[in-house]
Ligand binder design. Structure first.
Ligand code: PMP
Length: 454
């Protein structure tokens, strides 16, 4: 069988990202062969609802011919043009203008990267350059939030605050600091939103004071923490953190790699919060995963300071594939589908349905917490509701729950500690959203009967 030989070739040669290399050798790859809308088909021809949109990225859904056409047309006409020096092509220029027009506030300057990690990495370089240009090179300390994820490059992985991205890699660096997460379900100050926000503001201020306000360059935050377990901050939390940064003159960087492009309802989650960051990173939904691309948004003052600081010299940062015309052509078509194609609007409706459906599981004996916004949600499983006892890590719950959901025809993100993550495509129908909820209920019921996980 073709799939058997592929599984062997994979085992022998393909190194998988963010996987246990040994565990993967033992289990072998799960092959997908095709997809349409919100449905993926595996190598055996089984259809599953993709409740996670690939890796929180296929926001538009699979199989849009118009996206394929946009890429093909660009490839035929001009498959590549460098953005280096003064060169360029039409699609990236049109895309930059379209994004600037839609971005919050004065985030008018767009630098294109290849994905989320190198977008974050680019912001670290731009932030450093900015403070040099301002004559304050001593501002070289960075703060991010525990449970945060900011990618997997060497510098970005240090802003990330998840242990598996640090152990064995020699990060974080001494200039990368963390404050606690707002994680409402398990916050030492309790679950009162105002108390959580006040505690986070106090901790950020204390951290800035401890480092020395004249040394802090930037603070990084996800509007909703994704890879940390879909942790939604209390209303007003992001705004309060933004204000604290403003008070200290610290740059505020919003990492919207997951939350951007309709995931939480509006085009950008910063709109939910009513804030304008100094820099903003996006990727994933920008091209809906059809081709790689990321975008860094810079406020006017950031761009102008760097431009002035460099003067006639080149700002020495860029990739061969920055502002790739094929990716830009795809992103322009994806943006059209979000807006004129009604996907943002559908996503908002389906997001409300998903949240209501998942809330309906809250009384299940294994469900400790249900949280989310728009088409980004999670349920947190516990073995004892009253005590909020997490699923023990040694049970390898992620693999088991993922497999169990797969058997029910549902793809979810299963986190190690029994958290199920959801980020379905915005094109989902009501029936698909209802099936996601019902299949989740089935997984929970089966797990209830599993003596080990209890
Ligand atoms: N930032 C955030 C908030 C992310 O969720 C991710 C990816 N999940 C990244 C950065 C890195 O993006 P990429 O995997 O495209 O490099």
């Amino acid at each position: 069988m073709l799939s058997n030989s592929l599984i062997e070739l994979d085992r022998a040669h393909l190194v998988h990202p963010v996987a246990s290399w040994q565990g993967h050798e033992a289990r072998g790859v799960r092959l997908l062969q095709s997809a349409k809308g919100a449905t993926v088909t595996d190598a055996e021809g089984r259809e599953l609802i993709d409740g996670f949109a690939g890796l929180w990225c296929v926001n538009a859904g699979y199989g849009h011919e118009s996206i394929v056409e946009a890429a093909a047309e660009q490839m035929r006409r001009l498959p590549y043009a460098t953005g280096y020096f003064d060169l360029g092509a039409e699609a990236p220029i049109r895309l930059a203008a379209a994004l600037a027009e839609r971005a919050p506030g004065d985030l008018n300057h767009i630098y294109f990267a290849l994905g989320g990690s190198d977008s974050v990495d680019s912001t670290i370089r731009f932030v450093r350059y900015y403070w040099h240009a301002k004559g304050q090179p001593g501002r070289d300390q960075f703060i991010s939030v525990a449970q945060g994820y900011h990618g997997s490059t060497t510098m970005g992985a240090g802003l990330t605050a998840l242990p598996s991205f640090h152990t064995g890699f020699g990060v974080p660096y001494e200039w990368q600091h963390k404050i606690s997460s707002h994680y409402s379900y398990r916050n030492p100050v309790g679950d009162d939103p105002e108390a959580i926000t006040a505690a986070s503001v106090a901790e950020l201020k204390a951290k800035i004071e401890e480092i020395g306000p004249e040394r802090v360059a930037a603070f990084y935050v996800e509007p909703i923490q994704g890879s940390g377990g879909v942790l939604v901050p209390p209303p007003g939390w992001v705004k309060a953190m933004r204000q604290t940064c403003r008070d200290y003159g610290v740059l505020f960087v919003a990492d919207e790699v997951i939350t951007g492009f309709g995931r939480t309802g509006p085009l950008f989650a910063c709109e939910d919060e009513g804030i304008v960051p100094d820099l903003m990173t996006t990727a994933k939904g920008l091209t809906s995963g059809y081709v790689p691309m990321g975008a860094v948004f810079m406020a006017d003052h950031v761009y102008e300071t760097i431009a002035e600081g460099a003067g006639a010299a080149a700002v020495g940062h860029g990739f061969t594939y920055s502002a790739h015309p094929v990716s830009a052509a795809v992103a322009l078509e994806v943006l059209r589908l979000y807006e004129d194609g009604g996907l943002l609007e559908n996503g908002r409706k389906m997001g409300a349905r998903l949240m209501a459906g998942l809330q309906g599981l809250a009384d299940h004996p294994l469900v400790g917490d249900v949280r989310g916004r728009g088409m980004l949600a999670a349920i947190e499983m516990v073995t004892d509701k009253a005590k909020k006892t997490p699923v023990p890590a040694e049970l390898n719950a992620a693999t088991r729950l993922f497999d169990r959901a797969w058997e029910q025809g549902l793809v979810i993100r299963a986190f190690a500690n029994g958290i199920f993550g959801y980020a379905p495509p915005l094109c989902c129908t009501e029936a698909e959203i209802d099936a996601i909820v019902e299949r989740t209920r089935k997984v929970l019921d089966l797990t209830l009967d599993d003596p080990e996980i209890r």
